[in-house]
Design a protein around this ligand. Structure first.
Ligand code: GAL
Length: 663
């Protein structure tokens, strides 16, 4: 079964509306709703006095209606009484402003009073509902990620540092000889609060790591409390935005199933699917390749340039199927019913302000029916031969000011790598820099700026053992303390890549640099010498730009500017023995294989023919040679015969078959 539903807030509504909700959920084939996010003030109206009546009634009602519940802990929004009782637990910004209640997420997660109150309400909830048959999953907090620079944060930061350093090694790691920053006692160490000029890069990076771990501790203590009362899976919703305060690889190890929230930033169909693929491939990878939960998506709208924009009719279904294609076993929304007031009253919902007599609710019903029809997909795995390295340390370190370019955005570079592979029709996983890469034919390392010696060794043994590695500029430059590897860049990877870089020549915004193969790079260029690598393309001035190096039994490519040339990528894929999901698909058609099911999305204005044999779960059509997928439509073909599995080792022996190239 594929789960379908969304955030449900009965505390905002009256009994008449609850009765309507029951009927509308049945009609839309809703299977699961998330209850209780942000309901702390309703659950605990005064310190230590709980009102569970409304929640008892809600859970019993949903149970009678056949709808499962993802029960959330309400700790992302402490009630106003909490602020007044514990002003010290209110967060302080880097420039010293103490915030107060009036929105949500207003607490310092390192403040003992907040942690105690959060744990108390969670334990009460778990004790009461831990064995309620309607609770199929627990959802802790909401989108962990709020940071703080207060004195509780300072104390916790020092505790975290003391587990990793003594004062001498901390001074060494942070290079405190620069600008007279040497620390002679722990009390002198503060969060990186507002200061006169640039911060210490090592301190900034450790502060981000500390907060990821501190928030994780806040999560795990709630999780462990719930575990004492309930055997249902426990998760928290990871936000996949353009900023990131959590090391999601580390966090993923602590949840029973990965769930993510994903909000489109564009309502364009093709752009939307590129973005969905980027989010969904990460979610699946965080969950070790297993099916994952789409905990939130918007029912219809995105906010584009400050205005609400609706997805075109039909896209709620189509976009939801795109998440399923890449491993989602639950398609949930923010939210079931649009709020009448409050900060997000104009956020879209499956039941909009207009009510059930609306296009959006009709599409919700269609989606519920569709997901029921394709239930056999649930549990199936998506497999990929290519992995992109994804690294929180590099993301955080690249946020430091005064790097060689102010215009390098980590996520944009990772997105560009994923997009190039997506356009080549190749399914891609993500992997941590120190993970097991041996199952991949090709590993792509975009802007992996921070590289520990351990991570470099992982890459070394991967390539030595026959792997194919594609590295892009400004990778392997600093160690895990944000200190440069000396002797020529990229110090951590010079031997693998067979190159040595003396100077960076980043480009200004809009600047380009010409290559002798007729292509042009943006963002970056370098003075690069080969030391064993062969040159694939050079800058117009003669310096090598793109190189290839045989290392052990494998091959390592280096691209020293921003350039995702389809023909170069096709060469790399061919050499690594990577094939697209469906050969020679036209641009604008997206195909993914999930278990025995081939998902095809046609973004073109004309039908497209897909060579496949089997049954289309969406239409019931059976074909033995080819399926015509309508314009703007999809097919989910349960294949009669799975294509043969690829041999386990990377090889060039398949080079007779060419990838799709630029679609
Ligand atoms: C999410 C959040 C929801 C809601 C939604 C609106 O990030 O978890 O509570 O605020 O955004 O888009």
């Amino acid at each position: 079964m594929i789960g379908f539903g969304g955030d449900y807030t009965p505390e905002q509504w009256d009994p008449e509306t609850w009765a309507e909700d029951d009927a509308l959920m049945r009609r839309a084939h809703v299977t699961n709703v998330t209850v209780g996010v942000f309901s702390w003030a309703t659950l605990e109206p005064e310190p230590g006095r709980y009102d569970f009546g409304w929640l008892d009634a809600t859970l019993d009602r949903l149970h009678r209606n056949g709808v499962g519940v993802t029960l959330a802990t309400p700790t992302a929004s402490p009630p106003p009484w909490f602020t007044l009782a514990h002003p010290d637990a209110m967060p302080v910004t880097a420039d010293g402003v103490r915030l107060t209640h009036g929105s949500r997420d207003t607490y310092c997660a390192a403040a003992p009073a907040y942690r105690a109150a959060a744990l108390r309400v969670t334990s009460e909830l778990a004790a009461r509902y831990g064995s309620h048959p309607v609770v199929t999953r627990w959802h802790i907090h909401n989108e962990f990620g709020s940071l703080c620079w207060c004195s509780h944060s300072a104390e916790a930061f020092r505790r975290w540092l003391r587990c990793r350093y003594d004062l001498a090694s901390l001074n060494e790691a942070w290079c405190t000889a620069f600008w007279s920053q040497r620390y002679s006692s722990w009390e002198q160490i503060l969060p990186p609060r507002a200061t006169q000029y640039l911060h210490n890069p090592g301190q900034l990076l450790d502060f981000k790591r500390f907060w990821s771990d501190e928030l994780l501790a806040a999560y795990t203590e709630q999780r462990d409390s719930i575990r004492g009362y309930s055997g249902a899976p426990i998760t928290t919703n990871f936000m996949l935005p353009s900023w990131q305060n959590l090391d999601l690889w580390r966090w993923s190890r602590e949840v029973d199933v990965v769930s993510v929230d994903h909000y489109l930033s564009s309502v364009d169909g093709l752009e939307g699917h590129a973005d969905i693929a980027f989010a969904a491939d990460r979610a699946r990878s965080f969950n070790g390749g297993r099916p994952w939960v789409l905990m939130e998506q918007a029912a219809s709208t995105a906010r584009v340039d400050g205005v609400l924009a609706h997805r075109a009719p039909g896209r709620i279904v189509l976009d939801s199927l795109a998440y399923v294609a890449r491993g989602a076993d639950d398609v949930l929304f923010f939210q079931w019913r649009a709020s009448r007031g409050g900060a997000e009253m104009y956020h879209s919902a499956l039941v909009p302000h207009a009510g059930a007599d609306s296009r959006i609710y009709a599409e919700a019903v269609e989606l519920g029916e569709t997901l029921e029809r394709i239930g056999s997909v649930a549990g199936a795995m998506v497999s990929a031969d290519v992995a992109i390295l994804y690294d929180a340390d590099s993301w955080w370190a690249l946020e430091t000011r005064s790097l060689p370019s102010d215009h390098l955005v980590y996520l944009d570079q990772v997105r560009a790598a994923h997009r190039a592979l997506w356009q080549a029709g190749v399914t891609t996983d993500f992997a941590p820099v120190d993970g097991d890469l041996s199952r991949y034919r090709l590993v792509v390392a975009p802007l992996v700026y921070v590289m520990s010696e351990g991570a470099a060794e992982t890459l070394r043994s991967y390539v030595r053992g026959g792997g194919h590695l594609l590295v892009t500029f400004f990778s392997g430059i600093v160690d895990s303390s944000h200190r440069v590897y000396l002797g020529g860049y990229p110090g951590a990877l010079r031997d693998i890549l067979g190159v040595r870089v003396e100077e960076f020549h980043p480009l200004p915004p809009g600047g380009t640099v010409s290559l002798d193969d007729g292509s042009a790079g943006t963002s970056w260029s370098e003075r690069l010498r080969v030391e064993g690598a062969s040159v694939i393309a050079s800058y117009a001035g003669g310096w090598p730009a793109i190189t290839r190096h045989s290392y052990g039994a494998g091959t390592a490519w280096y691209v020293s500017t921003q350039l995702w040339s389809a023909s170069f990528l096709a060469d790399v894929l061919r050499s690594a023995g990577v094939e697209p999901v469906v050969a020679a698909l036209p641009a604008g058609v997206d195909a993914v294989r999930r278990g025995a099911h081939l998902f095809v999305f046609n973004h073109l204005d004309e039908p497209v023919k897909i060579p496949a044999a089997g049954t289309d779960l969406l239409t019931g059509r059976v074909a033995s040679g080819a399926f015509a997928v309508p314009p703007g439509g999809a097919a989910i073909i349960r294949e009669a015969k799975r294509p043969p599995a690829l041999p386990p080792t990377a090889a060039c022996s398949r080079s007779g078959q060419s990838p799709t190239g630029d679609r």
